[in-house]
Design a protein around this ligand. Structure first.
Ligand SMILES: [Zn+2]
Length: 410
């Protein structure tokens, strides 16, 4: 093999010619040019266009390291004039438009960003975390543009997530059949939901059979107006969460009460109990089970609250017929339990009865919605350092929308 073809193979270069390879200080620089067929193309539409000028001369694209060395591709970056898109730097086969990195490099960044920690990606690849955000956005946008994620949707869940502490919110749409995130957009209001419905178009809106959501009007109103064949369900996830929050409230009350009366032992026992109470009974560690047993001894009220909460979770695991009967029994219990937060949850369910029932009859499981929601949270937390909510959305789409590219050549 000749030296040039070795480099071409090593960098996974296709439709390009290697001209030269030099070591420039600490970095390896590979001079390349697109093959004749790839020259003078518009980066947007890939159409062949007349040349405009030489642009800003030669340019470098960071590519995968060679051993311990930084490596760059270097090439001319002339501009072309496209009738539809105007004057733009000509497309190159090894990189996305407007990127300072090659495709294999960006694909690797996206792959790692989805799977590893912030510091691991940044240190391993020697780039800033903010840069990771830009790359995720480019990779995700390209994948979204080439795929029809909204095809064949029949059962969807609409929800909101926060992507920065209490500040920015994003509306997300999950396909209940595949469990994939299919759409996300900054904002949590009627306009944002309408944006999704516009994108879906009237025909596909008509194909929706089920829309599950919180009892928020900004989702339910436009959904019922624009999707004539869809049943609106109250998402089991939100009901179970409301009960979990109620349990938390009682735990806090009990703890504060214990401190007020100076019951140090009880206060100490309860301090670490939040996690134990929050988890499903089946997933508790021995220590947490022991803690729960202690709480049972020292505080009947809190234990009762825990039972009520667990029972509601169980109801959503039952068959639709059993579930509805169990729900009635649960509502009676919760209404009379003298635990205010649970009385409130019971009232909310009663008010939204038809939509709660629809979730049962349509066999909408809580598990999938909860799964997506619990996966989204750490991803959005990791996206805190990104430049915009769009980068956070991009990372979420890569991770949960099935858009993450494979590692180069795999
Ligand atoms: Zn064009």
């Amino acid at each position: 093999m000749r030296r040039r073809s070795v480099w071409k193979a090593a960098f996974g270069l296709r439709r390009a010619v290697v001209e030269d390879v030099v070591v420039d200080g600490e970095v390896l620089v590979v001079s390349v040019r697109p093959t004749a067929r790839e020259r003078d193309r518009c980066p947007r539409c890939r159409r062949r266009c007349p040349g405009y000028d030489l642009g800003e001369g030669r340019r470098r694209w960071r590519t995968l390291d060679v051993g311990t060395m930084f490596a760059y591709l270097e090439a001319d970056a002339p501009r072309v004039y496209c009738k539809r898109h105007g004057v733009l730097v000509a497309a190159v086969p090894w990189a996305r438009h407007d990127a300072g990195f090659t495709r294999p490099f960006e694909d690797q960044v996206a792959w790692l960003a989805v799977r590893t920690s912030k510091t691991a990606v940044a240190e391993l690849l020697r780039i800033a975390w903010r840069t990771v955000g830009w790359i995720c956005e480019r990779v995700s946008n390209e994948a979204v543009a080439t795929r029809d994620l909204l095809a064949g949707l029949t059962r969807v869940g609409l929800d909101e997530i926060s992507i920065r502490k209490g500040q920015r919110y994003v509306t997300v749409v999950v396909d209940h059949d595949t469990g994939l995130l299919v759409w996300a957009h900054p904002g949590r209001d009627r306009k944002t939901v309408e944006k999704f419905l516009d994108l879906l178009g009237p025909e596909r809106c008509g194909q929706l059979e089920l829309v599950s959501c919180d009892d928020a009007e900004w989702i339910t109103r436009p959904s019922s107006e624009r999707c004539p064949n869809a049943v609106i369900c109250l998402d089991p996830f939100h009901i179970v969460k409301a009960a979990t929050d109620a349990l938390d409230e009682i735990r806090r009350e009990t703890w504060n009460e214990a401190r007020r009366v100076g019951n140090r032992q009880l206060a100490a026992e309860l301090r670490g109990a939040r996690f134990a109470l929050w988890k499903n009974a089946g997933n508790l560690t021995d220590r947490q089970q022991l803690k729960l047993a202690r709480i049972q001894q020292i505080n009947k009220r809190l234990y009762r609250a825990d039972l009520i909460c667990q029972q509601l979770r169980q109801i959503y695991r039952a068959s639709p017929e059993d579930g509805l009967a169990l729900l009635d029994a649960w509502l009676k219990w919760a209404r009379r339990c003298r635990l205010k937060p649970f009385v409130k949850v019971a009232r909310r369910i009663t008010q939204q009865r038809a939509r709660v029932e629809a979730a049962f009859t349509n066999q909408l499981s809580n598990a999938r919605a909860e799964q997506v929601n619990t996966q989204l949270r750490p991803i959005t937390r990791r996206a805190f350092g990104f430049h915009s909510p769009h980068a956070a959305i991009a990372l979420a789409m890569l991770a949960l929308g099935g858009l993450c590219p494979p590692l180069p050549r795999r």
